[in-house]
Design a protein around this ligand. Structure first.
Ligand code: LLP
Length: 427
């Protein structure tokens, strides 16, 4: 993995990470604003290039949700995908333009649906017939019309961890095509006067490397788009193809430049529309991991280093599964290094352990890092996505702070939790 160093210290966003750890404490999430912005802009540029700007790039808020990140997304011209009242509320507080918000979820509560309609979110991505009925009732009551996309399972199996595959029929998300659920939902929508079906959505999974699953999904979705438009008597004009673009966590990962996804998929969309006699729909994509993943790192302080002869060496850090549950959940690979020895060879095999009362609380097993000593700063790279947003309070461990770095300066964007914060809802 490429990284920059200065005086033997890891640099990130132009900042000395050892200094950051000293100034802000550890564990610490560090987010590089320039990289975040560049990732947004490269998706936006390719949307411009391949779809003549007739599309939207919606940041998947679940990958990293906090006010400042949403403000940056707003400023950069991104749209937003939210999946809960909490993410929606964060978007509202960040002043995000609601017409650019897509509201997802496989089991939205009536309160969340009401909230979304009252806020005036651009599109609600409907998941099931019960939700459609709720949407109709609540919209009628509020005197509004809900603009809706249908979440479709295109039946495409992406090659990724089974917990983050979502396109196949055995998934809790959306309407299946194979068994007629999806077309029945179009029939249902036809009977509703406060729900307007505008388009379709799919998301086939996450951390996907090839372009073919996306192309296949686009073909299937367009075919159904035609069928649904004919049944409805009005063509659908939005096709949201979700996110899922893979990133490099370790040298074993070979991600394709995102522009290639866009080039390949846009060609498929164009060809398929041509063959079906469909007008080109407006295209939406929803990258999360690929926007914020590489833009984040986590810094920890090494505590004890425990070598068990002929077994392994545990290097314990002051965080763990509470700030990064991804190894515990998915055996997710990461690259780690000792930030204050970043120029030294990574020739020490370590299992990086967290501090929870849980044997599975590991950040990485049998990984090569510099030989660590207590007090060293350990950096884990590529933690911008699905770390802060998946943090927990197990063992009442405090959630870390987050700093935004840019060209050598750093500012706090999420405060470190305090013990009082932990008790604020306890009665
Ligand atoms: N759109 C929808 C509807 C999604 O469900 C997701 C992710 C995305 C977009 C963004 O996908 P991305 O570009 O980030 O791959 N917690 C797991 C990932 C779960 C992804 C859930 N949905 C992990 O840590 O790997």
């Amino acid at each position: 993995m490429d990284y920059q160093t200065k005086n033997g210290h890891l640099l990130f966003g132009g900042c000395d990470t050892v200094e950051l750890a000293r100034e802000f404490g550890t564990p610490l999430y560090v987010l590089d604003e320039e990289m975040l912005v560049e990732n947004c802009q490269s998706f936006l540029r390719s949307m411009e290039k391949y779809y003549n700007g007739r599309g939207m790039v919606a940041f998947a808020g679940k990958s990293l949700c906090c006010l400042e990140v949403f403000r940056i997304m707003k400023r950069e011209g991104m749209a937003l995908d939210v999946v809960s009242g909490g993410e929606l509320y964060t978007a509202a507080k960040a002043g995000f333009p609601m017409e650019k918000v897509f509201f997802h979820g496989n089991n939205k509560t009536p309160q969340e649906i009401r909230m979304a309609l009252e806020y005036g979110v651009g599109h609600i991505v409907a998941d099931n017939p019960v939700e459609l009925a709720l949407l109709e009732d609540i919209s009628a009551e509020l005197g509004k019309t809900a603009k809706v996309l249908f979440r479709i399972k295109p039946g495409v199996e992406a090659h990724t961890h089974q917990y983050i595959q979502t396109g196949q029929i055995d998934s809790k998300f959306g309407f299946a095509l194979e068994n007629g659920e999806a077309i029945r939902a179009v029939e249902q929508a036809k009977t509703l006067s406060h729900v307007k079906l505008c388009g379709l959505h799919c998301h086939i999974g996450s951390q996907i490397f090839g372009t073919e699953p996306f192309r296949e999904a686009a073909r299937i979705m367009l075919r159904f788009m035609k069928e649904a438009g004919e049944l409805l008597g009005a063509p659908l004009h939005i096709l949201n193809l979700g996110g899922g673009f893979g990133i490099r966590y370790t040298d074993d990962d070979e991600p394709i430049p995102y522009i290639e996804y866009m080039a390949d998929v846009s060609q498929t969309v164009r060809e398929t529309c041509g063959a079906l006699g469909l007008d080109m729909p407006e295209i939406v994509i929803e990258p999360g991991r690929s926007v914020c993943g590489p833009a984040g790192i986590t810094l920890y302080t090494v505590g004890n280093v425990k070598t068990i002869e002929n077994v392994r060496t545990y290097v314990s850090v002051d965080g763990g599964m509470t700030d990064n549950p991804r190894y515990a959940l998915y055996q997710a690979p990461y690259t780690a290094l000792v930030a204050n020895q970043a120029d030294r060879p990574a020739d020490f095999t370590a299992t990086i352990a967290g501090r929870c009362c849980e044997s599975g609380d590991l950040i990485q097993e049998h990984t090569l890092i510099q030989r660590p000593a207590p007090g060293d700063i350990l950096a884990v790279l590529c933690t911008g996505a699905y770390n802060y947003s998946m943090a927990s309070h197990y063992n009442r461990v405090l959630n870390p702070a987050m700093v935004l770095v840019n060209g050598g300066s750093a500012r706090l964007i999420v405060k470190r939790e305090s013990y009082e914060d932990l008790l604020k809802n306890d009665l």
